[in-house]
Design a protein around this ligand. Sequence first.
Ligand SMILES: O=P(O)(O)OC[C@@H](O)[C@@H](O)c1c[nH]c2ccccc12
Length: 406
Amino acid sequence: MEGLVSLKTTPPGISFHALLPSTTTTMSTSAGKFSLVRRSLPASSMGTRRRNGVVSIRAQQSETKDESATVSPANGDVETALKVKEWEVGMFHNEVAATQGIRIRRRPPTGPPQHYVGPFEFRIQSEGNTPRNILEEIIWHKDVEVAQLKERRPLFRLKNALDSAPPTKDFVGALRAAYQRTGLPGLIAEVKKASPSRGILREDFDPVEIAHAYEKGGAACLSVLTDEKYFKGSFENLEAIRNAGVKCPLLCKEFIVDAWQIYYARTKGADAILLIAAVLPDLDIKYMIKICKMLGLATLVEVHNEREMDRVLGIEGVELIGINNRSLETFEVDISNTKKLLEGERGQKIREKDIIVVGESGLFTPDDIAYVQEAGVKAVLVGESIVKQSDPGKGIAGLFGKDISS
Ligand SMILES: O=P(O)(O)OC[C@@H](O)[C@@H](O)c1c[nH]c2ccccc12
């Protein structure tokens, strides 16, 4: 059976109500065409009991009149209700995100709890359950990971820990100062062991040693990957680098899907946070920028295409925009992307707003640096080409074509 939704044991022509959140979804099955229709869903029904949250599934080819039957959740089945709520929030997120051209879906991969429609078994099929690309896979994994981490360290505990945290370092200031000092884009050097597209970049990976080498080589700031599963990074690495006396401000390179992660990153020594426009709707970006400001963190908002750039240029308070030359959906790298997104009115607006643009990914040679600088960037984010060198500090001199350490 094809389509987003399959109905098992449902005789054609029958119509029923189910406690499922959704907008209208039409689906074709071997039994005919069905539409899933959202009924009134008052805010009060968004809690654990959802008697009013009624949705109907109607078999369109039927002659039969709408014979509706409401199915109630088992009393006290709070866990199921929470799962439904979680799924519902994910669905709502996807709807909002889609209107902003965001293709990454946040619906929990498990779909809605099956037994929620009683005898009419309901299942989200492979189209909904399989990530469409690596970024979507990472985000779905991250959602689960964060939910687990949050349970162990609730927000109030993180907030308590922050009462005694040392102040953050000025990430944006360090980039501006480097640009002024060298006349070259300020370098954010990335402590990166591996990536899904390139595999292991460095076997003998000592994050603290690499961080010191970068600092010595003239990096203005460092970026530390904290994702474990796909990039072989960790928050321990971030914390170890912070505690090793490194003076450069630190970017926590993480896939942020929840504000909790921002607080967590701050407790681990981050000075800046990455927000990815391909993942986060505008409202999330705005809200997260506010949280970052409150915590003294800078935000690097990453875009990959014109649509994302236009969205981000419409958000107040953005100081740093990263243009990723790598598509996180296809892994394709093309440094002319930086140039393309800075041409014409967009570049004009960026200059007016005094936003620093960071050229990200795929930069290997002095020519590459000159090319993105010419396009208008005042900073670059580089991993592979320098982390692979036996002395990553010297790798920086190779990248810029000269020693930028003093
Ligand atoms: O190793 P490179 O090609 O120099 O790229 C570094 C950095 O731009 C890249 O790691 C990156 C940019 N945006 C990201 C988002 C998540 C993970 C990684 C990234």
